[in-house]
Design a protein around this ligand. Structure first.
Ligand code: SF4
Ligand code: FE
Length: 483
């Protein structure tokens, strides 16, 4: 396994093409806007090397018998699935943001089982291709970015019926040694910090969409790939000289980007699906199921940080003993632990796939994510309620550090005795960061749309709900005769 520093160095060797604010970023690793997101993934390496976290952060590989980072592991039991959720909660607690590495873990597990079933139906060689790829990822301890979401153009039309055929990523050329693909993947979490990108189709497909049913992995610095970095609320604060208090979370963050595949060559041995349209739905369902489980861990960990910050805000202004404040903190905890319960439940109820790795219970994973589209919003509402307006009206750090203003800021923004105004500012800025600053991408809006928007879960819940069986139960109890 790599150390945190080795991971940073390995990224320096990549020749990534990243654009931000209209310019090519020369050195993404040391860019002040990108760096906090790199530090977050760095934590997945750092904790894996600490004996205290070994059990959660590492596992024994089913492919090569080596000790590997759990983020590269194929789940071998329901216990592994539960450990994954706990690992993500831990990382959310340590970073207070999105640590990005889970999309690859979820994609790996989904592609592993789906390729097995495609090969079974068609006699193809995708599963072996994938195993070779993943073995390499495990031994080198790489970051893989799972890439699913296509831009989608007109949502009422299928991929092959779009005005622009590139609205969904597709094969544009077939060669004896591989294929050439063109298209884009949107909202790509952590792509700039990843060594490899694992591409999957984004929806279930019909026979007409053959060129769009493509799954493969290529290095992120492959010829033809470039990224346009997503800007975040308050992002340029990170470029301010001496920025610290105003950042709320100086060390960690997350990122997303639009990734363009402009005629990228994929060799045959890196292809994991190529035209088997009827398996696109299976892959989407499995990947999104795993990622919906993931949120029952990562969002809960960030929620822990937000609840702690909110309780401190109350301590610092003397409101902690008010009964409604105590009750709101209880409510925040109740909501947060409900999300964790869903993450654990869908893991405990998981089962073995034909390929041998384990998958979560899909109904419960979708219930988990459906709750995630709601509860973090309520948790943030309560955090803002308790924090007070100061979290959005505070003077800047520069004002605070200006000699003629500092005494006035200290005089008028003081709370309880014994707590410095600076500490009060730090907590307010942390709450701001998670609720509406840079980390809000990962905590709020991603809670809505990440791993699929709410309606996608409702469709899955409806499919898995087994209403007919429930009707039978009611008929039996009500003594309604069968005809
Ligand atoms: Fe991982 Fe959560 Fe970020 Fe998704 S949102 S990559 S599950 S930390
Ligand atoms: Fe996500």
């Amino acid at each position: 396994m790599m150390t945190r520093e080795e991971y940073f160095e390995s990224l320096r060797k990549l020749n990534l093409k990243v654009y931000m604010f209209g310019e090519l970023v020369e050195n993404p690793v040391d860019n002040p806007i990108i760096r906090p997101s790199l530090n977050s993934i760095g934590m997945t390496y750092e904790l894996a090397n600490q004996p205290e976290y070994e059990d959660l952060m590492t596992a024994t590989s089913s492919l090569n018998g080596q000790k590997v980072n759990r983020f590269t592991h194929l789940h071998q039991s329901t216990e592994d699935l539960v450990k994954k959720v706990k690992m993500l909660r831990l990382l959310g607690q340590k970073t207070g943001s999105c640590f990005q590495r889970c999309v690859g873990m979820d994609a790996n597990n989904a592609v592993f089982s789906t390729t097995y079933e495609i090969d079974e139906a068609y006699g193809t060689n995708y599963h072996e291709n994938f195993k070779k790829f993943l073995n390499d990822v495990q031994l080198k301890d790489l970051v893989v970015d799972g890439a699913m979401t296509d831009p989608k153009g007109d949502r009422s039309l299928s991929p092959s019926k779009q005005a622009d055929p590139d609205s969904y990523l597709r094969v544009v050329e077939r060669r004896p040694d591989g294929v050439v693909v063109r298209g884009a993947k949107a909202h790509q979490t952590g792509i700039v910090n990843s060594h490899e990108v694992l591409v999957m189709p984004t929806i279930a497909m019909k026979p007409d969409d053959k060129d769009y049913a493509i799954s493969f992995a290529v290095p992120t610095d492959s010829e033809g790939i470039f990224m346009i970095y997503g800007r975040q609320s308050c992002d340029t604060r990170k470029t301010e000289e001496g920025a610290d208090i105003d950042l709320g979370n100086k060390e960690f963050g997350g990122h997303e980007a639009l990734v363009i595949f402009d005629n990228v060559f994929v060799p045959n041995e890196r292809i994991f699906m190529n035209g088997e349209t009827e398996f696109a739905g299976m892959l989407v369902e499995r990947f999104s199921g795993y990622h919906r489980q993931s949120y029952g861990g990562c969002k809960v960990g960030v929620g822990d940080v937000l609840i702690g910050a909110t309780a401190l805000a109350a301590d610092y202004n003397g409101a902690a003993k008010a009964s409604h404040v105590k009750d709101k903190l209880i409510e925040m905890t109740h909501l947060n632990e409900t999300l964790f319960s869903c993450g654990v439940a869908c893991s405990c109820e998981g089962c073995k796939t034909k390929s041998g790795n384990y998958i979560i219970d899909l109904l419960l994973a979708n219930v988990c994510k459906q709750n995630i589209t709601r509860f973090p919003y309520e948790i943030v509402r309560l955090a803002e309620d308790i924090a007070g307006g100061l979290m959005v009206t505070l003077p800047s750090e520069k004002d605070f550090n200006t000699a003629e203003l500092k005494p006035y800021i200290e005089k008028y923004l003081v709370g309880v005795e014994g707590v410095s105004v600076e500490d009060r500012m730090r907590i307010m800025r942390l709450i701001e960061n998670i609720s509406l600053g840079t980390a809000a991408v990962g905590y709020r809006t991603e809670s809505m749309h990440g791993a699929g928007s709410p309606q996608a879960q409702r469709i899955m819940i409806s499919r898995q709900s087994n209403l007919e069986q429930k009707k039978e139960l009611a008929k039996n109890i009500a003594n309604i005769k069968k005809d």
